[in-house]
Design a protein around this ligand. Sequence first.
Ligand code: C6P
Length: 424
Amino acid sequence: MRAGAAPADSAAPTGAARPRLDVARVRADFPILQERVHGKPLVYVDNAATSQKPRQVIEALLRYYATENANVHRGVYYLSEHATALYEGAREKARRFLNAREAREIVFVRSSTEAINLVASSYGRTHLGTGDEVLVTAMEHHSDIVPWQLVCEQRGAALRVIPMDERGVLCVDEVPKLIGARTKLVALVHVSNSLGTINPVAEIVALAHARGVPVLVDGAQAAPHLLIDVQALDCDFYTVSGHKMFGPTGIGLLYGKAERLDAMPPYQGGGDMIRSVTFEKTTYAPLPAKFEAGTPHIAGAVGLGAAIDYLATLEWHQVEAHEADLLVYATASLAGVPGLRLIGTAPRKASVVSFVLDGVHAHDVGTIVDREGVAIRTGHHCTQPVMDFFGVPATARAAFAFYNTREEVDALVAAVRKVREVFG
Ligand code: C6P
């Protein structure tokens, strides 16, 4: 089971082979997987862009709007108190999901992008000065580059970059040399969206903390694949996008250590984030309300809570084994297509396979495989520096979730072979 449940290994039978993930059963929970596109069964392998939603999440949203909807933290009547309990209940589920120490360390935001902007704006504005540095990695998503550049420009600070090698593995040896007296924060991605690399976050956090530097981890692509324990990672901030982990769009999480968040100024001003307001002076509410100005995405939080509950019903060692099998199978099958080059070959990867086909633009690959019912993402994946590093304008990317199958990998590979035939 996932977070909040018994550790995965404790439920494992001893001696006998462990049962595999019942993929047919989990697929039945995702109505959209029954759809057909262009007359073909949908093969949805664009899960890094957004995942599909199980019936349990869809029903929670429907139930919320049909029978439970009211504003939170504002009413003394039944519905408002009920909606507040659901919203705060979702925060507690998120706390358990990330293994945060306290619920007030969980801030509901729109997505990973907003979580990083919150920290860049609030922490960055107060801690960065002329000549200071923010250390990022060569494989960051634009949402973990641009917010830092914006605040660096305002404060006269600069970005520095941890390099990676040609497999897409970070050069961790370089980290101690790159963290200096002017380094104010390290921001790194847990799982790369365009390469699939799983980064050694705990190791980098330890290196940064040894020099007194806090660490933000972009967990947008990690939350759907890995068990996350922010206390074990010891990171200062961790970000999650709900829509990539089988929850609704428009809701995400910022985890921050209480002492860090407490010391930061609000990101946005408005209702619900204040203690008292006069025209002369405003004082702010305690955590987490200080960072949740205005009416929040209540239904989104409820839906995300339902997604967390859903994940907790899965045996996580089975999910991991299934995704590892899909990764190995897809990597080997795609490598057999003439003129195909894999981009991102790190030894520790999530189930993401990026590739380019000789003489074919990635968008053409995407368009042709779509005619076969296969949904992949093509482009720079909001990681232009990664594309520059590998000398390609774009890649095609298949990102598998636990509901994907080897048969779907076969359909993807057959479709890519068709592209090869069209382009010769
Ligand atoms: N990557 C992809 O197809 P939002 O849009 O805020 O939910 O997530 C932003 C984000 C941040 N970090 C990483 C590592 C990401 O992969 C993403 C989103 C999508 O790869 C859309 S570009």
